[in-house]
Design a protein around this ligand. Structure first.
Ligand code: HPA
Ligand code: ZN
Length: 325
């Protein structure tokens, strides 16, 4: 068995982390006060009580309204720095941070407010020994036209983010809906990833589209791929990263999906462990490593392999990668 201390101290790359999902009740209350917004709760305990969900849709219906407290560049900076301090404490050496611009522009916050605040945190994170970068996600339940506009707005800032992703409600929103944006982003030199959530209807077809047609380099969640041996082989052969989030899985499904992770390790797929929305799912990356290691009795070698996979499928330079592999 592997100790909590071992998983905590292991150097890690965090590749599946929504910055909006790091909004802790304490910071939410502080920002609400600073921006004179009445969120309906006055204490950490009261905010915590609203964090109640049992599937992706019910989670998202708590998650998006919580973002109203994020208004100014300073707010996004504070959110970013609060996370990066946690990352440093979790021995995260490299993090690729998802952000959802449409969750903010749709309520009147400017794109530049979001990206400038987060980017400033990324730069200041270096003083904490955390190498950070940003990934812009499209909300897949918004229209194609909204994604097109968002990418057009983002491209002038493309030195401030390294890739694109796809998140929010997957039901009836297949990856191919955004084929054009993925093509344009790749042409602009950006990296590509996409959520293929666990236990979704059409999950295998969505994975197939993302891998075979759109050329994504990683799948976020995606461990349902074990149902299709041909796709597993494709993923192994093409070094596709698979970012599994045990505590998040445990919230939106009856289990953490550890069997799927173990099967993928066995098949040589570069699966790794991450935290998704840690303020909402009860733990940062160290807790996620420990949860899966403890529940499925992983060996030290398996845990180390998961951490190596995180660096190998990250989008850092080969020189930096070599430090960790
Ligand atoms: N899936 C879809 N959308 C999300 C997630 C997720 O895991 N986390 C934050 N937005
Ligand atoms: Zn996610």
């Amino acid at each position: 068995a592997v100790s909590q201390e071992f998983t905590a101290n292991l150097p890690k790359a965090e590749l599946h982390l929504h910055i909006e999902g790091t909004l802790e009740p304490e910071l939410k209350l502080k920002l609400a006060q600073r921006n004179h917004i009445d969120i309906g709760q006055d204490t950490i305990e009261e905010v915590q009580k609203t964090y109640d969900y049992d599937d992706l849709a019910s989670f998202l219906s708590v998650y998006y309204p919580a973002m109203e407290v994020l208004q100014t560049e300073e707010d996004f900076y504070d959110l970013g720095m609060a996370y990066l301090k946690r990352a440093a404490a979790n021995h995260v050496r490299h993090v690729e941070i998802f952000f959802d611009p449409q969750a903010h522009t749709s309520r009147g916050v400017a794109f530049e407010t979001v990206i400038n605040g987060l980017h400033r945190a990324v730069v200041d994170g270096r003083a904490l020994n955390v190498d950070a970068a940003l990934i812009m996600c499209f909300l897949r339940d918004f229209s194609k036209e909204s994604a097109r506009q968002t990418l057009a707005e983002a491209l002038p800032y493309k030195d401030k983010f390294i890739g694109i992703g796809l998140d929010s409600d997957e039901h009836n929103n297949p990856p191919l809906k955004f084929a054009r944006q993925y093509e344009d982003a790749a042409a602009a030199g950006l990296h590509l990833t996409a959520h293929c959530d666990i236990d979704q209807k059409d999950s295998i077809e969505h994975i197939r589209q993302a891998l075979e047609i759109m050329g994504v380099e990683r799948l976020d969640h995606g461990t349902n791929i074990v149902e299709d041996p041909d796709l597993v082989q494709f993923a192994a052969k093409n070094n596709i990263g698979m970012t599994s989030c045990p505590l998040s899985n445990g919230y939106v499904s009856p289990e953490m999906k550890g069997e799927e992770v173990l099967e993928l390790l066995k098949q040589g797929v570069k699966v790794s462990i991450h935290s998704d929305d840690p303020a909402y799912f009860g733990g940062y990356i160290g807790d996620n490593y420990y949860a899966i290691a403890d529940r499925y009795d992983l060996t030290k070698d398996q845990v180390v392999q998961l951490a190596k996979n995180s660096f190998e499928t990250s989008w850092i330079s080969d020189e930096k990668k070599a430090i960790y592999l």
